[in-house]
Design a protein around this ligand. Structure first.
Ligand SMILES: NC(=O)c1ccc[n+]([C@@H]2O[C@H](COP(=O)([O-])OP(=O)(O)OC[C@H]3O[C@@H](n4cnc5c(N)ncnc54)[C@H](O)[C@@H]3O)[C@@H](O)[C@H]2O)c1
Length: 362
């Protein structure tokens, strides 16, 4: 792949009127992305099996208001996906729907594989069967956990082996292999659909209420006035604001559409300085929170988690000109601001759109 000289920017002119099928639009990342696409003027069909949390960013920011279609369907149902693909006449597919929780994957491994592996097969197959005439770009969102983590401490590069100790991580490694096979078998015509995969992790931002995630746990404890129970404070993770990787997904989709040779895996991780232990994040967030907050060790037992995980995003920086526009300090400030706005009863659609606009200017 030739090196790119000038950075790619998220291009409003590209997205205006663009027909996008976004799976997982009711989730934390999907709701942020649906709102950003609305700002850009895209015609968004969102497909999810429901709203995964209550409260949710999807409801509080009234994401449904700006959608062309809000489809309630299960990605394990191939017919429903074919129908949604046909109805949406999608040009771009952004696949985010998943069972995204490591702990839940220990309790429900079969559901995790069915959703994350066969769900990805069903999305790609709907592109092959029902979307071949319209779809040009597919971004398959997996995770930084898709890599076989031997705990060497070295940041992963895109060529590293897929793997995964737990069912969630392994399912995301499998989803990568599925996308690779579809790429080579069905999506190699430069005028047809083309597929890339995006790997990012430990994504944080306002409006996440996911179970067993550090920032939502802190927000929940803060509003309940209870101490925060922190698992694995020594575990080191690549934290970043949700808008950083989402900007990468948009750039890759644009470039796929333009026919650039970007149909491959992409890491979107933070600067090395923002790869920090869980306990460090808990310290910073409790300092930033205006009320007294305290965290303590949750002694467990806990399922296996990797000690160190980080990504090398040189490829995205050099070939797309992508960079994590908001560093960790900015990300944490924006989370506190978002949740204080929630507490003050502000209009959270306006607050979230305001943060997207600020991000665009940075
Ligand atoms: N949040 C993170 O830190 C993080 C890190 C790495 C990767 N990811 C990946 O990013 C994507 C989005 O994650 P998130 O944090 O927004 O998760 P989330 O739980 O907030 O949202 C998941 C979305 O998928 C939908 N969904 C789940 N099962 C479905 C099914 N069977 N059929 C249709 N829809 C279904 C849910 O309704 C929801 O819209 C996932 O693929 C996840 O694995 C997230």
């Amino acid at each position: 792949m030739p090196d790119r000289v000038s950075p790619v920017a998220v291009e409003p002119a590209f997205w205006r009127g663009r027909r996008v099928l976004l799976t997982g639009h009711t989730g934390f990342k999907g709701a942020w992305l649906a709102l950003w696409l609305q700002v850009l003027g895209a015609e968004v069909t969102g497909l999810s099996d429901g709203v995964p949390t209550s409260p949710s960013l999807f409801a509080l920011a009234r994401v449904e208001e700006g959608l062309a279609r809000h489809v309630l369907a299960d990605i394990r149902d191939p017919e429903a996906l074919n129908q949604a693909m046909t109805d949406a006449r999608a040009e771009v597919v952004l696949h985010l729907a998943a069972q995204p929780m490591v702990r839940r994957s220990f309790a429900e491994p079969r559901l995790t594989y069915e959703t994350n592996v066969m769900g990805t097969v069903n999305v790609l197959d709907a592109v092959r069967v029902a979307g071949a005439g319209s779809v040009r770009a597919v971004v398959n969102v997996t995770s930084d956990k898709c890599y076989d983590n031997r705990e060497t401490g070295r940041p992963f590069v895109e060529e590293d082996c897929m793997g995964g100790h737990d069912p969630y991580s392994s399912s995301k490694g499998c989803a990568e292999l599925v996308a690779d096979a579809y790429r080579r078998s069905f999506f190699c015509d430069p005028d047809g659909p083309r597929v890339a995969s995006a790997r990012a992790g430990n994504v944080i931002g306002g409006g996440d209420w996911g179970a067993d995630r550090l920032v939502p746990d802190i927000v929940r404890a803060a509003s309940a006035g209870t101490p925060i129970a922190v698992r694995n404070p020594e575990a080191v993770r690549p934290w970043q604001h949700v808008l950083n990787p989402l900007s990468g997904y948009l750039l890759v989709a644009q470039e796929l559409f333009a026919g650039s040779p970007v149909d491959r895996g992409w890491n979107f991780g933070p600067a090395q300085a923002d790869v920090q232990p869980v306990g460090w994040i808990a310290d910073r967030l409790t300092q930033l929170w205006p009320d007294a907050l305290d965290w303590r060790l949750d002694p467990g037992p806990h399922p296996h988690e990797a000690h160190v995980l980080s990504l090398d995003s040189t490829q995205a920086q050099e070939r797309l000109g992508w960079r994590p526009r908001w560093d960790l300090a900015r990300a944490l400030e924006s989370i506190v601001a978002w949740h204080l706005a929630e507490r003050a009863g502000e209009d959270l659609r306006a607050v979230t759109l305001g943060q997207i606009e600020e991000f665009g200017r940075s």
